[in-house]
Design a protein around this ligand. Structure first.
Ligand code: AMP
Length: 949
């Protein structure tokens, strides 16, 4: 493996020619001691894939070889081997030396010097003591083998081994990696750290670059602090090392050929990042400080500057790279799954199946990382089929305090704020933020690890917060000791500058110049991100112009040629040769074939899957996720077929043609919050895709309320980010009890304003067909919230004809369809939405009450006032108008939508009063007993159809 990768290296153009011997020697030198080769070469060799395979394979033989080598080199020792007792003692100690090293690998991080404030007293770790392993100072000069350590020597006196272990595992880097079960990964980390004792030797140029980046980080905060004193900016001060970290991360990702890096972060340090990393024009930021708005009134509310996202392109050694910083609300961690979704969309767009081309980076706060459940959900997604992105680099800005809470016994039960990451066996590199070279070192390791193993990795940047939670806050009120230390503590830039001056790398004047140059650049309003590309290559990101400023109109011709529809239906209902279908599924597919031929009326499952087929046929990718979406919670979809003989699966919608757009359908893990946030991220990044999330039951969406409130319903107005996500939320009162009846329609309607979302309760298969096609095919990108059915999926009357699919369009209001009801004679008009329509129809049938007209409002938002007016006008003799809903009075559409209906009715006849027929107000969504459910139903149906209370 190693040879193969070296071979590739020789053959690659810039290594070919007559340099092979030189390179061979360099590589040998690197293997012996990575610090002995120049940094650029180290960087190249570090990145060779599977560099440790050879070492790994060799390892079992190594101690034996080393032992003979040792004996050969030390004649005295060789002689001693003749004395079995002494050999045994030496060997016993040799084993203990190995145990000692293992202890350092396991627990060295607990003794590492991570806290720049030196505030936290860390208990002594007994395993790191010589005596714990039966060794003592008396053994210090005895030479032991270094068999499976990567110190670049085969043997060394114990004191030297100990010093190497201390430097590697207990310095500014504390690494947790022994929880990883994959041996190759663990060895890789050991090799990377031990070979340079966690202190690689950086070139003068590299050191100067780190100094300049730190100067930029500090300069930015100082500048804002003096120009806008007392204004909230959630400064980075104390965590300035984040800027060299991000700089290295982006540059190194670029050197691997990555084309995009998507970053999620909370507010702390965001302005610094925007200006120093993403290249936001400082003068734009200053104008925001001065209160200027960048959105016109029609574009929405805007958002505070430390929630703003940004996009730019930067140059790296591997070419131009697109950077995107996600917008985020104040929920610190919820941006993380949004970033993952956005990354997955970009990877899909680039056919980047391994995740090499698009890298997700999530920056967290220590308190939120330990506290918020969505962090766990995001980690849980990392290796799944539906949500994997080839590994995320997580960075924790660990300033050791969350707002005013810093006591560990209040903040968490875990040792570190990062412990949750161990769940997915991510390596965790804790690093002292006041040692910027160590920070750069762990960053290089993290990105190399991610690119090589395609797994999540965490950098815990242990730092401090120089000021209060924001600049107006007084931190000494709650953290007096911490802040008395911070007040005396020199900045990271000052400390590093002193170090470089002391070691003769730069002069004091040079340091001053760095600070002055930066301030001058800021003052002149120039860009200060050096790698920024002024004329970005627009091919690196999606063109959203076709979707911008689209009119919000209801009418859209979503019909389709009948023959084409039938051909598509045939394709998605053809069983592959030799595929063993399950009996009931087989019957459903046979029925679908009959529906395609017009021999059976079209049902929900047929219409819905056919709609997806037509969207794909239109050249648009489709992605559907949610719990049980393959089959459908209520057994209606069957988009994934399971071979009964071998358990393999077949997805007909993915087999429409050779070169069709992607069709993805994945059953999700049992999360709503992270999953919905992910799909929001996906949909806001891939405008031409139809993205659907289905809740197992509609009320489960309440686990994702943050995503609904902070992103789906308000993202466009806060940030100008369009989103065409579709949410299918099973809803309907069927006597199943309080939990699975309601998708909480009232909450969505309460969030509706300024045409932010669409809320639909479709009642026929043709309606669902046209609703889905309209959502995907027209260029309007608005979230679509669907109260989707459960029992209606199989209701004998909830059917449509093929012609209705081919010729129709989505109807926002469906007028009376029963011929027995003469609009001119109807005395009562019942307005309703959703499944209750069929209950009302049954009741009318039972009572033969054909003087009652029933009108369905299929789209509740944007409310179709004009269309309803047109319909209501046709019922000229109506004396009584009723709104009927199956939800309790304080729920459903009654409170949110009655003003629209009243307006329409008054316009037709201002003596008419809209009355309510439905369940009484209730604290719980639905009755827990079937008998009570039916009693309530009967009562309000009587009220609606017969006006009998
Ligand atoms: P990004 O790749 O996310 O950095 O986006 C690149 C550019 O595309 C942004 O600067 C926006 O102009 C535009 N854009 C991205 N996402 C959206 C969206 N959801 N709605 C509208 N415009 C977008």
């Amino acid at each position: 493996m190693q040879n193969a990768s070296m071979e590739e290296l020789w053959l690659s153009s810039h290594f070919s020619g007559g340099n092979q011997t030189y390179l061979d020697e360099l590589f040998e030198a690197y293997l012996a001691d990575p610090n002995s080769v120049p940094e650029q070469w180290r960087s190249v060799f570090d990145k060779l894939p599977n560099i440790n395979d050879e070492v790994t394979t060799d390892t079992p033989h190594q101690p034996v070889r080393d032992h003979f080598l040792l004996m050969g080199k030390a004649p005295n020792l060789a002689a001693d081997t003749l004395a079995p007792a002494i050999v045994t003692e030496h060997e016993r100690k040799q084993v203990r030396v190995h145990q000692l090293a293992t202890a350092y690998r396991f627990r060295g991080h607990q003794q590492s010097k991570l806290d720049p404030l030196n505030l936290v007293e860390r208990p002594k770790v007994p395993d790191l003591d010589l005596s714990f392993h039966g060794l003592s100072d008396a053994d210090s000069d005895t030479v032991y083998q270094c068999g499976n350590f990567y110190f670049g020597k085969t043997e060394a006196p114990l004191k030297e081994i100990l010093a190497d272990l201390e430097s590697t595992y207990c310095s500014s880097v504390g690494a947790e990696f022994t929880h990883i079960v994959n041996t190759a990964e663990r060895r890789w980390i050991e090799q990377r750290m031990e070979s340079v004792r966690s202190k690689p030797e950086y070139s003068v140029e590299a050191k100067k670059h780190i100094l300049e980046r730190l100067g930029a980080a500090e300069g930015m905060e100082k500048f804002l602090g003096s120009k806008y004193p007392g204004t909230k900016r959630f400064g980075l001060e104390g965590g300035e090392a984040l800027i060299p970290l991000m700089d290295e991360l982006i540059q190194r990702s670029g050197s691997y050929g990555a084309k995009e890096v998507v970053i999620g972060m909370a507010h702390r340090g965001r302005l610094n990042m925007l200006v120093n990393i993403l290249g936001k024009n400082p003068s734009d930021l200053f104008e925001e400080f001065e209160g200027k708005s960048f959105l016109s009134e029609s574009q929405g509310s805007g958002d505070v500057k430390y929630h703003q996202g940004f996009s730019s392109n930067v140059m790296t050694s591997g070419g131009e790279l697109h950077l995107a910083l996600a917008f985020n609300p104040s929920h610190l961690e919820i941006a993380a799954p949004v970033v993952e979704g956005s990354v997955r969309a970009r990877q899909d767009r680039r056919n980047d199946a391994t995740g090499e081309l698009v890298v997700p980076v999530n920056i967290h706060g220590d308190a939120a990382f330990a506290g918020q459940g969505v962090v766990m959900e995001t980690f849980q997604m990392s290796q799944t089929r539906a949500y994997g992105t080839g590994g995320t680099v997580h960075i924790v800005i660990n300033n050791q305090v969350g707002f005013t809470t810093s006591k560990q016994e209040d903040a968490r039960s875990t040792e570190y704020c990062t412990d949750i990451a161990k769940m997915v066996q991510a390596p965790i590199f804790h690093v002292n933020g006041d040692d910027p070279e160590a920070v750069v070192f762990v960053t290089q390791m993290a990105i190399d690890y991610r690119q090589q193993f395609k797994r999540d990795v965490v950098i815990d940047l242990v730092c401090y917060r120089r000021r209060g939670h924001n600049e107006a806050d007084e931190p000494a009120m709650t953290q007096p000791i911490m802040y008395s230390i911070i007040r005396k503590h020199k900045s990271t830039f000052e400390l590093y500058a002193s170090k470089l001056v002391e070691t003769g790398v730069v002069t004091q004047d040079y340091v001053k110049q760095v600070a002055n140059d930066y301030r001058d650049a800021l003052e002149s309003g120039e860009h200060v991100a050096k790698a920024l590309v002024k004329e970005p290559n627009s091919e690196l990101f999606v063109d959203w112009t076709p979707y911008l400023n689209q009119p919000v109109v209801d009418d859209f011709d979503s019909g389709m040629d009948l023959k084409e529809l039938q051909a598509l239906a045939k394709k998605i209902n053809t069983t592959p040769e030799g595929f063993s279908m399950q009996r009931q599924v087989n019957k459903i597919i046979e029925d679908r074939i009959k529906m395609a031929n017009g021999a059976l009326p079209v049902n929900w499952g047929f219409a819905e899957t056919l709609a997806y087929a037509t969207v794909i046929e239109n050249g648009q990718p489709v992605r559907i996720t949610g719990q049980d979406v393959g089959r459908g919670t209520f057994v209606h979809r069957h988009a994934v077929w399971h071979n009964q003989k071998d358990g393999s699966t077949y997805v007909p919608l993915a087999h429409l043609s050779e070169d069709q757009p992607k069709f993805q359908i994945y059953d999700s893990f049992l999360s709503e919050e992270a999953v919905l946030a992910f799909e929001y991220g996906y949909a806001t990044t891939m405008p031409n895709a139809m993205v659907v999330w289905e809740a197992q039951f509609g009320d489960f969406a309440n686990g994702a309320q943050v995503v609904i409130d902070q992103f789906i319903t308000s993202g466009e107005h806060k940030w100008g980010r369009l989103c065409g996500l579709t949410m299918l939320l099973p809803h309907g009162y069927e006597g199943q009890g309080p939990e699975h009846s309601s998708a909480r329609l009232e909450r969505f309607l309460q969030l509706c304003a300024e045409q932010n979302i669409q809320v639909i309760m479709p009642t026929t298969p043709a309606q669902v067909f046209h609703m889905l096609r309209r959502q995907a095919i027209r260029n309007l990108r608005k979230p679509l919230v669907v109260m989707s059915p459960k029992s209606l999926l199989r209701h004998k009357d909830a059917t449509s004809s093929l012609e209705e699919l081919a010729n129709g369009k989505f109807e926002t209001v469906i007028s009376e369809v029963n011929d027995k009801v003469d609009p001119k004679k109807a005395k009562r008009l019942v307005l309703c939405s959703g499944k209750v329509y069929y209950d009302l129809v049954d009741k009318r049938e039972k009572e033969q009450a054909y003087d009652v007209a029933i009108v369905r409002i299929e789209q509740l938002y944007p409310f179709p006032e004009q269309r309803l007016l047109d319909v209501v006008k046709t019922f000229k003799r109506v004396e009584d108008v009723v709104w009927c809903q199956e939800e309790p009075m304080n729920q459903g559409a009654w409170y949110s939508s009655q003003h629209h209906m009243r307006k329409v009715i008054n316009e037709v006849n201002n003596s008419l009063y809209l009355r309510y027929a439905g369940r009484e107000a209730s604290a719980s969504p639905a009755a827990g007993y079937m008998a009570l459910h039916l009693e309530q139903l009967e009562k309000f149906l009587n009220d609606a159809i017969l006006n009998v209370q």
